[in-house]
Ligand binder design. Structure first.
Ligand SMILES: Nc1ncnc2c1ncn2[C@@H]1O[C@H](COP(=O)(O)OP(=O)(O)OP(=O)(O)O)[C@@H](O)[C@H]1O
Length: 315
């Protein structure tokens, strides 16, 4: 039977926004993640995916709700206790270059987390880095290279090697393959799947590309305007019930159809109000500031520039 490794319970995160208001980046997000599972979190830009990821990684505290890791509430941990939990939950970002010190050699970059936790001595760096490079199918002589002497795909493999160094139980991948071209993306996904089989790692894979996520995620969580609108098995996407998920699927699988039939959700278009279910699930909130709209109209309404209301309640 599947064993939960993390329980996300009603996580809400609000940020200060213009005019002294609060922006709800994610709202009452709940999710149980099992050991060795890959959870894909998808949704358009700004829907709150990274906010959920950063809350999981304790990079910011939730406004409400809690996160249990192996049954322990990690949301209020501080200092050394929090640092020790972070060992078990690592992250791979979209742009590893930004996270790497350009003056450091790859061997030192990969082993930095191990040195920070006093798990190796300096003289062990080379051997340990080569071991980790091997895991991500990179040659041993890369230990002496610098980040700028590598391709984007190779840098992302280094980022994965660095994330693996502390032998984490969970790896959060935030748009980890989005900057790579399709063939390199496929190789990185293959690598992640191989590592999961070997080490039983749990992945939280954040991505705007539903087609990509559906290839390997056991379950897919669909977010829209800060809310989780659907949770569905990765191999049963055709059974999606929510109109937004259906619209995302249509956008993915209609690329060969007539242009006028395409719904370009993935490019940031808001779905037609007619695609939203009866009884607006977003409480008539503006998709930009998430504030409640006072004027309930049956169609998408442009309040200001880039300031839309997603609502289709009948007048
Ligand atoms: N530190 C912050 N301060 C204020 N607002 C923030 C902050 N971080 C995120 N937001 C806002 O919260 C909302 C959700 O952002 P988030 O980065 O979680 O979305 P996302 O789905 O990951 O988007 P993308 O795919 O573009 O990275 C956005 O409106 C964003 O502007």
């Amino acid at each position: 039977m599947s064993k939960p490794i993390m329980q996300i319970e009603n996580i809400t995160k609000k940020f200060p926004a213009f005019g002294g208001k609060l922006l709800t980046a994610c709202d009452k997000v709940s999710l149980t993640i099992n050991v060795g599972e890959t959870i894909g979190i998808v949704g358009e830009s700004g829907c709150g995916k990274s906010t959920v990821a950063k809350t999981i990684l304790s990079m910011h505290a939730p406004t409400n709700g809690k996160i249990l890791f192996r049954g322990k509430d990690i949301t209020k941990l501080k200092g050394e206790e929090r640092r020790q939990i972070c060992r078990h939950i690592q992250m791979v970002f979209q742009d590893p270059t930004a996270a790497f010190n350009p003056k450091m050699k790859i061997g030192n970059i990969i082993c930095e987390p191990l040195l920070n936790f006093n798990l190796i001595k300096k003289f062990q760096i080379k051997e340990k880095a080569q071991e980790l490079l091997h895991l991500v199918d990179l040659p041993p002589d890369f230990v002496d290279r610098y980040p700028h002497n590598m391709s984007g795909g190779q840098r992302q493999r280094v980022a994965i090697a660095r994330a693996l160094a502390l032998e984490p139980e969970i790896i959060v991948c935030d748009e980890a393959t989005s900057a790579l071209d399709v063939s390199v993306q496929a190789k990185i996904i293959e690598l992640l799947v191989k590592l999961q089989k070997e080490k039983g790692i749990t992945y939280i894979f954040i991505c705007h590309d539903l087609a990509l996520v559906s290839l390997f995620a056991h379950r897919v969580v669909v977010m829209y305007l800060g809310n989780v609108v659907e949770k569905i098995d990765g191999d049963k996407l055709e059974k999606a019930k929510h109109p937004y998920t259906k619209a995302l699927l249509k956008a993915v699988f209609s690329v060969d159809e007539e242009k006028n039939q395409q719904i370009e959700i993935l490019t940031g278009e808001v779905p037609s109000p007619l695609d939203l279910p009866v009884g607006c699930p977003f409480q008539n909130r503006c998709r930009y500031c998430r504030d409640i709209c006072r004027e309930v109209k049956p169609q998408l309404e442009e309040v200001e520039e880039n300031h839309f209301v997603a609502c289709h309640l009948q007048e």
